[in-house]
Design a protein around this ligand. Sequence first.
Ligand SMILES: [Fe+2]
Length: 272
Amino acid sequence: MHVPVQPAPAALDPLFTALDTEIFTDRHLANLAAGTLAAVRVPGFLSTPHCQASLAALDRLPTTGYDPRRVPTRIARFGPALNDYRSPDGRLDAARYWPASESAREAWHRAGFRPDPVAVALGRIGTAWGVAVAPATIGGRPVFGGTLREINAGALVHYDDINREFPTGVFDQDIVTQLAFNLWVAVPDAGGATTVWRHRWAPADEHHRLTYGYQTTVVEHCQRVRLIPRLGDPLLFNPANFHAVEPNPGGCRIAFAFFLGLTTTGQLITWS
Ligand SMILES: [Fe+2]
């Protein structure tokens, strides 16, 4: 007798979920660092008036960058990311980075964020961890943290891992795990979702390489969570998991962003 073979139900990791919570806790941070939890959000973290105040302060920042499809509309992009100052051999181009870092720091203070959403976020994460979050340092000098990025055209599937980007190390501190933080202060009506896949880089992934990221085939069969940006919501996730951003057809998607690193001595440090 012919017995039809039922397809096996998809095996899912029950721990790989996106959690909405009232406050960040040390357990959330530990689970994200361990890679079991997919993402944590805190709805209403920044009130709508505070989001609006942040957007108003943005106008006082020297943001750079233009969207080639919408020239001459300006796209908000503020603050140096270490990755943009990386030499081909995986070292920091210090001669370019430090002046950009210093002028960003000065511009940030001049803009007068009240409250400063990055400071608020770092304060709450430090409270959750039990120790204040400190900036990552290079030769004792603190790096810049707290970039602002407007992403309307989406971002390719990619991962972020400072230990691979700078294989000989870049900070005074050694990092065992990296987390990514985004706080939306402007969101589109549709699109702009962030997807996080339960997949970490493997050498064979390079067969799917596409400029700075990967073709979607690289995560085709992987479990995922999809997070729609909501005004004032922060998102914390482990960026070693492959992630991507969908384009938004209209509106603006603007977020404050920084990374957190868990060091070998159990400290949390931050950079962008
Ligand atoms: Fe990323």
